[in-house]
Design a binder for this molecule. Structure first.
Ligand SMILES: Nc1ncnc2c1ncn2[C@@H]1O[C@H](COP(=O)(O)OP(=O)(O)OP(=O)(O)O)[C@@H](O)[C@H]1O
Ligand SMILES: O=C([O-])CC(=O)C(=O)O
Ligand SMILES: [Ca+2]
Ligand SMILES: [Mn+2]
Length: 695
């Protein structure tokens, strides 16, 4: 038998058995000469094919399995996906924010209201009343739709001259993690499933936040409450310019085939819960926020109503640099009066998380509730600890503790009733993550978790957590219930211990010290940590970072406002503060080494169980820190830093250098007046390092 020519087009790796058997059956002779004739004769009616092929009926088909109940493939596929059933009968709830309070609503009415609300969120000048929104993916039969403008004013329908006004906006509303995985894998390059089941993704050109591109609208409702000027994270923008950026983001979102909408909550304290809506262009962003914010139950979602705050995340779409106030292509803009935030030119998801945190730093203190950049956990006996610290100092690592209940890893509120987590998830650093050292975080990286900017094996999809090829800021975002001993609801009583974390790359701060109240205020306002800048360039000198309230990038009011609230609450509830150095020991970066996590954990254990409070203390020079002489499970020689440094002169020089940096930084706050005078500030100032520059 001769083979056809087409056979030779097939690359050698495709000569599988199936293909071979096909080519032996379909011979060239039939293809070239009789093929056309067969087709023609087929039109006239094919002779029925004899399926018995001469066999007798004792050889039969395998019908031991019942056949599928479908007439065609479409029908078969429709059997696969079952419609979600509502978990409560409609109309059985008393709506809080809904427009139809008290009256039962039909499914359609409820969906129409939901879409109307989304359409209103997406209103821009091209359509005034919002776009025509359709629920569900483009190409699929719409589940429900509302026509934005036409619904308000049918006469105005033909006055629009913009194509975008005529276009439908497809809304993927509060999708589940599985649906978001599918969306990401289908349309977002750089989406992969890792061997553990997490969704690996890239955040694009930005792998961290862009604080210099953050703008806050100066308007009459909040202007006088906010902290402006030197040291403040609030760089001013006017209302008009905000609208220019808002329009740009909304028009971009509406130009897309589909947008993702998340309606979720912030704050586990039911009295102070905030409803947020996040409109974004990527499944990655939707899944990230699904994990990080509090997830509404189906019943709560039904009654969601109008959001208290809305984020428009245009992600990769840049701002226009010709726009007033814009100094780069990235802009993250907060408008407290409009209750909106616009993100242009960055896909880093942390902008949304921390943008909402800024909002809480405004809303909560106005209600007498302190917002905190801290982790929080609780012992079995109900003893709560807060962990403050700048990025990378150990909030997530140390609040995730197998012996304690996790309330939250990053953002909390402290009110009259105790503490509450603002978020519904955790955002852990993953660089050099190991199962042995951080077992709970390791196990939380599974189906549903977003893994940002990690590197993995192309075949096994096994993540290499030591790989910094994309960035050192690799991250995992997972729902808090992925931690087995999470405390749900994420609330707790008043804290007993307040732990200030610093990663001191100078290696001169003791691994642990007990703070007086003025010292606590001093270190809280200072917000110190030291990172090692430019390791790639061979620069080994640590750089001190001071960030007021351990989160200057997120606070909205003057730091002393938060500090005074902290002092008042600590005093009232009898909390003890500690300064824990999770950074270097035995010398600065390059000479010493990072504190063993196991030692830090023993120190934290001793704080929790109350034993450290009973310890004997000695005082350090210059910083006057009270250092315990012994901690169970920790070598005593590392407790006083000067004992662990070989070069004593280098230790003293480095200590003075750091003290000088503290003093210089504190000058920014030294003459700030609280309650009409600066007495409090003076007392706090005296709790800082004291030394003679010349000696
Ligand atoms: N002694 C130590 N104590 C705490 N963390 C340590 C220690 N040694 C090394 N580490 C590492 O330092 C990192 C601490 O990061 P972590 O995620 O806890 O930061 P964070 O304070 O939560 O910051 P962010 O606010 O950015 O989330 C982890 O990667 C952890 O493994
Ligand atoms: O916001 C981020 O990108 C990460 C974080 O928690 C912080 O920086 O404090
Ligand atoms: Ca963290
Ligand atoms: Mn943080």
């Amino acid at each position: 038998m001769r083979h056809c020519n087409f056979r030779s087009h097939v690359p050698p790796w495709e000569t599988c058995n199936a293909f071979k058997s096909l080519t032996t059956v379909v011979s060239c002779d039939k293809m070239s000469s009789t093929g056309a004739e067969l087709h023609v004769s087929g039109l006239q009616g094919l002779t029925k094919i004899d399926t018995t092929m001469g066999r007798t009926s004792d050889v039969c088909a395998d019908d031991s399995v019942p056949t599928v109940r479908a007439q065609n493939l479409d029908e078969l596929h429709s059997l696969q996906v079952k419609k979600s059933a509502p978990s409560t009968p409609r109309g059985s709830l008393t709506p809080k924010g809904g427009a139809t309070a008290g009256t039962p609503r039909s499914d359609e009415e409820r969906q129409r209201q939901q879409l109307q609300s989304i359409s209103t969120s997406l209103a821009s000048l091209t359509r005034e009343s919002g776009p025509q929104v359709v629920r569900g993916e483009p190409g699929k039969v719409p589940i429900a739709s509302v026509t934005g403008r036409a619904a308000y004013d049918p006469r105005a329908r033909f006055q629009d001259t913009s194509d975008s006004a005529l276009k439908f906006t497809h809304v993927l509303y509060n999708l589940s993690p599985a649906e978001l995985y599918e969306q990401a894998l289908k349309s977002e390059k750089g989406s992969y499933i890792t061997s553990a089941g997490a969704l690996a993704t890239l955040s694009g050109a930005k792998t961290g936040r862009s604080p210099k591109d953050k703008r806050v609208v100066s308007e009459e409702s909040s202007r006088d409450d906010l902290w402006w000027g030197k040291g403040s994270p609030n760089i001013e923008m006017d209302e008009e310019t905000f609208l220019v950026n808002r329009e740009r983001a909304v028009d971009y979102l509406n130009s897309l085939d589909k947008v993702f909408v998340n309606d979720q909550f912030l704050n586990w304290d039911p009295e102070n819960r905030i409803k947020v809506r996040i409109i974004s262009a990527r499944a990655y962003h939707s899944l990230f926020m699904h994990n990080m914010c509090i997830r509404p139950t189906p019943e709560e979602l039904e009654e969601f109503g109008t959001p208290d705050f809305t984020i428009y995340n245009a992600g990769k779409f840049p701002c226009n640099r010709y726009t007033h106030y814009m100094t780069s292509s990235t802009s993250v803009d907060v408008n407290l009066k409009r209750k909106e935030m616009v993100i242009l030119g960055t896909q880093y998801a942390g902008e949304m998380k921390k943008g909402l945190f800024s909002l809480m730093h405004y809303l909560m203190p106005k209600r007498g509730i302190l917002s905190l950049h801290s982790g929080c956990n609780m012992g079995k006996a109900g003893d709560v600890a807060l962990f403050f610290g700048l990025s990378g100092t150990g909030k997530t690592t140390l609040s995730t503790d197998q012996n304690r209940l996790l309330i939250g890893d990053d953002e909390h509120c402290w009110g009259d009733g105790g503490v509450s987590n603002i978020e519904g998830g955790c955002y852990a650093k993953c660089i050099d993550l190991s199962k042995e050292r951080e077992p709970d975080i390791w196990d939380a990286i599974k189906f549903g978790t977003v893994l940002e900017n990690v590197v993995f094996d192309e075949h096994t999809r096994e993540v290499d957590y030591s790989d910094k090829s994309v960035t050192e800021n690799t991250r995992a975002a997972y729902p808090i219930e992925f931690i087995p001993n999470a405390k749900i609801p994420c609330v707790g009583p008043h804290p007993r211990n307040v732990i200030l974390l610093a990663c001191d790359a100078f290696g001169v701060l003791p691994p642990v010290s007990k703070l007086t109240l003025p010292q606590t205020m001093y270190h809280f306002i200072s917000g110190y940590t030291a990172i090692v800048a430019g390791t790639e360039d061979g620069v080994t000198e640590p750089t001190a970072t001071f960030s007021a309230c351990f989160g200057a990038a997120f606070i909205m009011m003057h730091p002393t406002k938060y500090a005074a609230m902290l002092a008042e609450k600590m005093q009232k509830h009898g909390a003890t503060a500690w300064l824990v150095n999770t950074g270097w020991s035995g010398g600065s970066y390059g000479v010493g080494s990072r504190m063993k996590l196991a030692y830090t954990r023993r120190i934290i254990d001793a704080i929790h169980d109350g034993s450290l409070l009973e310890a004997e203390y000695t005082e350090t020079p210059i910083f006057s820190l009270h250092v315990p002489t012994a901690v169970d499970g920790v070598p005593s020689e590392i407790l006083m830093p000067e004992n662990s440094w070989k070069d004593k002169q280098a230790y003293t020089d480095t200590l003075k250098k750091l003290a000088g940096l503290f003093q210089k930084n504190f000058c920014n706050f030294a003459d700030y007046e609280v309650g009409g005078d600066s007495n409090l500030t003076q007392e706090i100032l005296q709790a800082g390092p004291v030394f003679d520059q010349a000696s």
